[in-house]
Design a protein around this ligand. Structure first.
Ligand code: UDP
Length: 233
C-alpha cells in the first residue's frame, strides 16, 4: 500500500468528459472516490489540470506563452474549486500556488506542504509548473518528486495502457506492469515526455487508472491490479 500519493487529475473530472465548467454530480463522484483514501490515512496531494476551462493549445491564434497563461489560470480556478468542495464535504484541504495573490491560496512553501500532509490535509496544487509550454502532467511529476510521493497516479478515462489502440484493435491487451525502458521502447502513451523523463530520473513509479471507474483509485492505492503500473528499471 502506498502511504503518500500524488494524484494527477484532468480538469475534465470536474465537468465530465468533453464538457466545460463544473458539474456538481462529477464533483460528488470525485469526493466519494477520495473519501476512503483519506479515511485510510493515506497522505494525498492533487495536481489538477484545466481541460474543463481552457488548454493553451486550443487558442491557436494566440501566442503560445499567452495562451498557456490562461491555461495556468484555469488550473488555479480549479484548485480553488476543488479545495472549497473538499472543505464543504468534511475534508481538510489547502490550495497551494505561488502564482496568484488570492486569499484562499497558500504560497508554495515546503514546510507548509509537509505540515499539511502530515496532519491529514489534502494538498491541492494549482498553477501547474508556473511556466508556459508545459502541462499539468509535468507539474504532477515535479510535485510528486518534491513531496517525496511513493507514486504518481494519473487518473484518466482509460483503464491503463494498451499494447495497441483498443479503439481500433479488438485484440488490444492491457499492460499490467511495465518498466520505464520498456514503455519508451514500445512507445506506450502514458504521459508527456517531459513528465515521463522526470519520473524515470527520480525512480518514481507511475500508475495510470480509469478515474471514472468507481473504486479504482482506492484499489490502486491499496495494491490492487487496477490500471497499469510503470516501475523503475
Ligand atoms: N499549463 C502551462 N504550464 C503548466 C501547466 C499547464 O502552461 O505547467 C497550461 C497549458 O496551456 C495547459 C493548460 O494549462 O494546456 C491546462 O493544463 P492541462 O492541459 O495539463 O490540463 P488537463 O488536460 O490535465 O485538464
Amino acid at each position: 500500500m502506498y502511504s503518500r500519493v500524488l494524484l494527477k487529475l484532468s480538469g475534465e473530472v470536474l465537468s465530465g468528459e468533453g464538457e466545460r465548467g463544473f458539474a456538481s454530480e462529477r464533483t460528488r463522484f470525485l469526493i466519494e472516490e477520495l473519501r476512503p483514501v483519506v479515511e485510510k490515512g493515506i497522505q494525498l496531494a492533487i495536481v489538477i489540470g484545466a481541460g474543463n476551462i481552457i488548454r493553451g493549445r486550443e487558442l491557436s491564434e494566440m501566442r503560445s506563452s499567452r495562451a498557456d497563461e490562461l491555461g495556468i489560470l484555469g488550473t488555479i480556478m480549479n484548485s480553488l474549486y476543488l479545495k472549497e468542495s473538499l472543505c464543504m464535504n468534511g475534508f481538510e484541504a489547502i490550495a497551494i500556488s505561488s502564482i496568484a495573490g488570492i486569499p484562499s491560496l497558500l504560497e508554495h512553501r515546503y514546510d507548509t506542504i509537509e505540515d499539511a500532509l502530515n496532519t491529514g490535509k489534502i494538498v491541492v496544487f494549482g498553477g501547474g509548473t508556473y511556466l508556459p509550454f508545459f502541462t499539468t502532467d509535468t507539474a504532477a511529476a515535479v510535485r510528486a518528486v518534491e513531496i517525496g510521493a511513493d507514486v504518481l497516479i494519473k487518473g484518466t478515462k482509460v483503464d491503463g495502457v494498451y499494447d495497441k489502440d483498443p479503439k481500433t484493435n479488438e485484440d488490444a491487451r492491457r499492460i499490467e506492469r511495465t518498466t520505464f525502458s520498456e514503455a519508451i521502447k514500445s512507445r506506450f502513451e502514458i504521459m508527456d515526455v517531459e513528465a515521463f523523463s522526470i519520473c524515470q530520473r527520480y525512480c518514481l513509479p507511475v500508475r495510470v487508472i480509469d478515474f471514472f471507474s468507481k473504486g479504482s483509485l482506492f484499489d490502486a492505492i491499496i495494491g490492487g491490479k487496477t490500471g497499469t503500473v510503470v516501475l523503475p528499471d
